[in-house]
Design a protein around this ligand. Sequence first.
Ligand SMILES: NC(=O)c1ccc[n+]([C@@H]2O[C@H](COP(=O)([O-])OP(=O)(O)OC[C@H]3O[C@@H](n4cnc5c(N)ncnc54)[C@H](O)[C@@H]3O)[C@@H](O)[C@H]2O)c1
Length: 248
Amino acid sequence: MRRLEGKTALVTGSTRGIGFEIAAAFAAEGASVVVADLAQQNPAAAAAEIAAKTGASAIGVALDVSKEADCELAIAETVKAFGKIDILVNNAGITKDSLVLRMKEADFDAVISVNLKGAFLMAKAASKPMLKARTGRIINISSVVGQSGQAGQSNYSASKAGLIGLTKSLAREFAPRQVLVNAVAPGFIRTRMTEGLKDEARAKVSEMIPLGRIGEPEDVAKAVLFLACGDSSYITGQVLAVNGGLYM
Ligand SMILES: NC(=O)c1ccc[n+]([C@@H]2O[C@H](COP(=O)([O-])OP(=O)(O)OC[C@H]3O[C@@H](n4cnc5c(N)ncnc54)[C@H](O)[C@@H]3O)[C@@H](O)[C@H]2O)c1
């Protein structure tokens, strides 16, 4: 039997990159999927692509995760379309890199607002139906740099470290109602976020990774699928690193 048969999942930032791969993997395992992304990313088109590829039900919802009203509406639209929400993946994320001395206050605020506050707002909105149903999964996409730190990414790594604290607190709050909350911390993954790397830099990064290669979005999607399905029913408040051994 497919691992997410009968489940409904919403994945933020899922029109491309890691989020798209997660949504497609969920759909292939039988879930009905909500592709939630910024309006200019055309979430409906990505949802149609996933539906055509997998035969699953998929809808697109436009939202900005840093806006509370958008988050509440996205959850309401999910429940309206599919009757419930079983799985939320907080994947939407941005970077605005620079050394601290040059970092503008607005660049710090923007990254925290999307990456960290966005996950809080989505979890808050989704928790209402999940706690009522006494079942649910929330998976937050953190990052290796939230664990290790990274020069030039103080805003981004603070947001990703913050997600780990948020994950553990939500896990404790929601455990009595069997809503499980975990984080996945990817290392270097081949997406638009990392495509700016020059070949030489890419080769250097690969050398630092014990498994000797940059990760693929599918590597992350498989770990998220594990945390979303019945195989992980006794796991909550954890951070699963998917980084090829880059940080242990
Ligand atoms: N690529 C990597 O190496 C890597 C490593 C560690 C963690 N991550 C994390 O994985 C997640 C996905 O990254 P990716 O590499 O696929 O990036 P990406 O830039 O390809 O995708 C990010 C998605 O988030 C969406 N998004 C941005 N702001 C949004 C907002 N305010 N509201 C709703 N959606 C919004 C974008 O439209 C896009 O579809 C991010 O949280 C990122 O921080 C990526």
